[in-house]
Ligand binder design. Sequence first.
Ligand code: UD2
Ligand code: MN
Length: 464
Amino acid sequence: MVASDKISLTRNIPDTRLDECKYWHYPEDLPTASVIIVFHNEGFSTLLRTVHSVIKTSPYRLLKEVVLVDDFSDKIDLKGRLDKYIEQFNGLVKLYRNPERLGLIGTRSKGATLATGDVIVFLDAHCECGKNWLVPLLARIRQNRTTMAVPTIDGIDWNDFHYSPVYNKHSHYRGIFEWGFLYKESEVPKAPTHAGGLFAIDRNYFIELGMYDPGLQIWGGENFELSFKIWQCGGSIVWVPCSRVGHVYRNHMPYGFGKINPKIPVILINYMRVVEVWLDPEFRDYFYTREPTIRGYPIGNISEQLAFKERNKCKSFKWYMDNIAIEVYQMFPPPPPNIGWGEIKLRTESICWDARGESAGGGPIGSSSCHHMGGGQLFRFNKRGQIGYGERCIDKYGSNQISIHYCPVDPSGRWIFEEKTGLIKYGESGLCARAERVGGKLSLESCDPSDRYQSFEIKNIKIW
Ligand code: UD2
Ligand code: MN
């Protein structure tokens, strides 16, 4: 915010489009747009720079309104000062306030019902729009009202707000996912999913789709819900290279999740709703193999979503995988079943493998007292010898240490779990994992079935 406050609310940003974008012609009779910006405790200057930039870069006759929806912020400058500030826009900028925290997902759906334009365009409250960004999006929707049009996102630096492209200018990208539903991207044509924040869609079409599943809470997963729903039920998503919008990528969550406090992260509950509604059973299993602790968690009523799918004769997830998200199989092959998951614990003592906050490329991991809460002590051991930790994998480090690595594409590894002795062998190297009783050390030593510090069990944990 300190950096943002020093920069003009109406600054110019670089034109990051491909050269050819400057010469494209678009139809005259385009639908009108309502740009919807939902926010919770955003910086005043960042929010208003977004508003100014939308107005400055959009043709007057196509921008019906800018709809701001305040998701129950408590920052003082977002109250009276904001009301006052937007008076200068003479009604073009409308401000609504939630009487309680709805989360970004519910707030966006609410914004859609308040909007009056033909097309709604969602932006985060910390964006800046590039030259002529709106028109190419509207053109795609004019051509096909069941298309969601996604601008290409540039980066705005969190520290100094400098603006730069994040994608290689001459390549095209699209959004995909891995089996834990972490959002990923790959290079190419039509897009299986979208990052979530910035997109344009026909307003009535969005409402016909039931907007977002109202059971999704606060933040996360709504991009997959909407993507799967659109594709499986006959629509499409395109990434539009000539439409560029900058977004401030933050390295932390700047807000809490309000009053709700479930035993598993809200985002995982959201993912589960999406999985249970939109994935066929075999694909659901891939997700739960990757996120095993949450299987069975109560996710509320999804009958409305299932009825929608039925009513609209939406296609299967297999169809979606085979026809739209085709590269997911290659980039993230389905995970083989786990032979075990949970804490990797000494059989005779309460000492567990512990990632201790290390990440891929970091130092060696160790061991510590078992806390049964997952986190750094949650591992998955798959049928093909791979030990997984979140989206990463565990492998040898140096000559006899163990650390976190990026997983190979092929979901297999060198680990062998010997049920009888509890040895965790590193391939045929003759080395086995050994946790020291004190000192938190975890290393690879010569296998010795009589050494009780080499004898492990993989024990399910229950986090809810
Ligand atoms: C990404 C998306 C974001 C959304 C999110 C959740 C991009 C660039 N961003 O993370 O749009 O899809 O994933 O899946 O694709 N907000 C509220 N109420 C809340 C929380 C947030 O109104 O309870 C607002 C917030 O002020 C912001 C918008 O929602 O304007 C998106 O939140 P974010 O910027 O924290 O999400 P982001 O970019 O990390
Ligand atoms: Mn954002």
